[in-house]
Design a protein around this ligand. Structure first.
Ligand code: DC
Length: 180
């Protein structure tokens, strides 16, 4: 049977990664966490001492670093130029850096090209905010997931608390509404 390409889009905290992982496990497909790629570029830029507002330098980092993703046993592991960063990319600094580098159009173009390559043979569930629109407009199945700001803030807060980070639910809710 032909293996499908599945795109899952939606805002932060809508549950898209939970849904994407379950679908990938059920179908025995590869799962591509595109947010992890932006986090890896953010981390690489921080590690190189590059100022995140220097778009040209951030672009060089994105172009010059090798990002490997491996999905196995229900989790994504990530390597940056051969060094495992699976845990580091989940920290708040990496999330903040990712949100800045993801605004650089050249960085997006570089990562989008790689993401398209990952999907060429199908059998992929790819998740991120631009997957159905920009990365895989021809996907066999496109899902746009959303949830109320309350639920999304709760999910983000739980994720952070699970990593041992300090969280303020009300502040999280304001951030979610602001981002919308
Ligand atoms: O989903 P996440 O928190 O791991 O995403 C990290 C950052 O990258 C976040 O600021 C959203 C951004 N991102 C993006 O711009 N496009 C994607 N396809 C995936 C993530």
């Amino acid at each position: 049977m032909r293996k499908l390409t599945i795109a899952i889009d939606g805002p932060a905290g809508s549950g898209k990664s939970t849904a994407a992982k379950r679908v990938a496990q059920l179908l025995n497909y590869d799962y591509i966490d595109t947010g992890a790629m932006y986090r890896a570029v953010g981390l690489a830029a921080l590690g190189a001492g590059v100022r995140l507002d220097e778009a040209a330098r951030v672009e060089e980092i994105a172009r010059g670093t090798r990002i490997e993703l491996r999905w196995a046993d229900g989790r994504t592991r990530v390597w940056l130029d051969g060094r495992e960063v699976s845990e580091e990319i989940r920290r708040a600094e990496a999330a903040q850096a990712a949100s800045v580098v993801s605004t650089v159009p050249e960085v997006r173009a570089i990562l989008v090209r790689r993401q398209k390559e990952f999907a060429t043979h199908g059998g992929v569930v790819m998740e991120g905010r631009d997957i159905g629109t920009v990365v895989l407009p021809q996907a066999d199945l496109k899902i746009f997931l959303t949830a109320s700001s309350e639920v999304r803030a709760r999910r983000r807060a739980d994720e952070m608390a699970g990593r041992g980070e300090a969280v303020h639910f009300e502040q999280m809710k304001e951030e979610v509404i602001e981002r919308d």
